[in-house]
Write a protein that binds this ligand. Structure first.
Ligand code: FAD
Length: 430
């Protein structure tokens, strides 16, 4: 009988283990009503991915079957309809994914769980001396780099699908929230991958430069599996420039947080170090200023506005804005995490939560009390002020690095550092 390939966040044909191998395949995506809980930006991106994948599969003689409802119930129903004997799904680490996998097993389907959402599956490397996961990145990175990765799956040239399956229609493309969001889909992802591989050697020098904006911007494609992390890692490994090596290390961070999440599934709501999870303030007004990009600290404001405009933020700006919220305003990291999650196209549980906990000092940082002085960060990583001027039009007329401290400039109508918190903002002038 045929095999159902239950696609989840592996929306590509290239080296997708679910689509490799012989025999008839029924590629299925189930629109879970729970996906309505995805942010508007991610919903739009997801639909673009699905439309693109459907085209690609059709070009290869197959199709993407779309169903709506509970993924497990719909898979069982389709399996009966087409007399499928097997179901394949990618292994994943979140609570949601684990529950889905458990329920698929309970449904007595012949289930195969394939690797694919990370380079190394969670648990593939374990710390010496016991323990189910690495808590600290550097030893993880060392083990990760040394481990032999799996061989990429073959990309199917033809998809053999049983006849007479109603493919189902794809709902209309939902509107996103961010006007400058990148479009989803494997075709677009591969185009960007090709141009990124020409830039990658500059990554070590420039990845922290806010204005140069020379990072891959492939995170959302990884999030939805339009590209496989294994393919990126192999490409980076084959290129021995320092840029490619630095890039490889970032990909290992992504795997790192997946294996942390597998061991600590409550990562988005519970602190990994409960002792550090105290004393948060709940200051609506300050939080609102932060969300709106009106804190009065230009580099923070630029980051927060980039987030809304593009559904993406530069990593350095994510660090600065997250540290500003948690370490300076003292506001609960969970609130910041939710706000990021509402906007980020690449937003996912392991990376968003892992990085928020790292920044808040409740997670895996080996120096949990580190502070980021946003002004110094700005001077260092946006030395000409171009990043700020790009996202904060009120400051367009201010030349050079002076743009980072508008309160020093006479006659400028820019809010002071969190006006309602002036007294707490003395450090800003340090
Ligand atoms: P590049 O610089 O090109 O990096 C290459 C890839 O490595 C990225 O695509 C990403 O998959 C991975 N990567 C890079 N940095 C990290 C990191 N610190 N942790 C984990 N993986 C990393 N990344 C997400 O994918 N989803 C999130 O929800 C997310 N939330 C974040 C929240 C905060 C507070 C912070 C500080 C960082 C967060 N990151 C998140 C990590 C990082 O900022 C983004 O992965 C990166 O900015 C994406 O842009 P890029 O593809 O150009 O990255």
């Amino acid at each position: 009988g045929a095999r159902i390939a239950l696609l989840t966040r592996d929306l590509r044909i290239h080296d997708n283990p679910l689509l490799s191998g012989d025999g008839e395949i029924v590629p299925l995506f189930v629109l879970d009503p729970r996906l309505a809980g995805l942010s508007a930006n991610r919903q739009r991106f997801l639909h673009q991915c699905l439309a693109d994948l459907r085209n690609t599969l059709r070009e290869r003689g197959g199709d993407l079957v779309i169903r709506e409802g509970d993924p497990v119930a719909e898979t069982v129903r389709l399996a009966r309809e087409v007399d499928a004997t097997e179901v394949w799904v990618a292994g994943d680490v979140t609570d949601y994914a684990q529950r889905r996998e458990r329920r698929l097993r309970e449904a007595r389907l012949d289930l195969t769980v394939t690797p694919g959402v990370t380079v190394l599956p969670a648990g593939a490397v374990r710390p010496g001396g016991g323990g189910d996961s690495y808590r600290v990145f550097t030893p993880y990175w060392k083990a990760w780099e040394k481990t032999r990765w799996r061989v990429p799956a073959a990309t199917p040239r033809k998809i053999a699908m049983p006849d007479s399956i109603a493919a189902g229609t794809l709902p209309e493309l939902p509107a996103g929230d961010s006007p400058d969001a990148i479009p989803g889909g494997e075709t677009e992802a591969r185009r960007r991958l090709r141009s990124w591989m020409r830039e990658i050697s500059r990554y070590d020098d420039e990845h922290d430069d806010l204005a140069a904006d020379n990072t891959s911007r492939l995170s959302a494609y990884l999030r939805f599996g339009c590209l496989s992390p294994l393919e990126l890692a192999l490409a980076a490994k084959a290129d021995d420039s320092p840029g490619a090596q630095a890039y490889l290390r970032q990909l290992a961070w992504r795997d790192f947080y997946y294996q942390v999440t597998a061991a600590f599934p409550k990562i988005s709501t519970e602190a990994m170090r409960p002792k550090a999870d105290t004393g948060w303030r709940y200051d609506e007004d300050a939080f609102q200023h932060w969300q709106d990009g009106l804190t009065g600290v230009p580099v923070v404001d630029a980051g927060m506005r980039q987030l809304r405009a593009e559904g993406w933020m530069h990593n350095r700006a994510r660090l600065i804005t997250a540290a500003f919220l948690t370490k300076h305003l003292g506001i609960d990291w969970r609130l910041g995490l939710q706000w990021f999650f509402r906007w980020l196209i690449d937003g996912d549980v392991p990376n968003n939560s892992g990085n928020w906990q790292w920044t808040a000092g409740t997670g895996n940082d080996t120096r949990p009390y580190r502070k980021f002085n946003p002004i110094r960060q700005a001077q260092r990583f946006d030395p000409q002020g171009d990043y700020v001027r790009r996202y904060v039009p009120e400051l367009k007329g201010v030349d050079g690095v002076a743009v980072h401290q508008p309160w020093r400039l006479p006659g400028l109508d820019y809010p002071g550092p969190l006006e309602s918190h002036r007294d707490e903002a003395v450090w800003l002038r340090a």
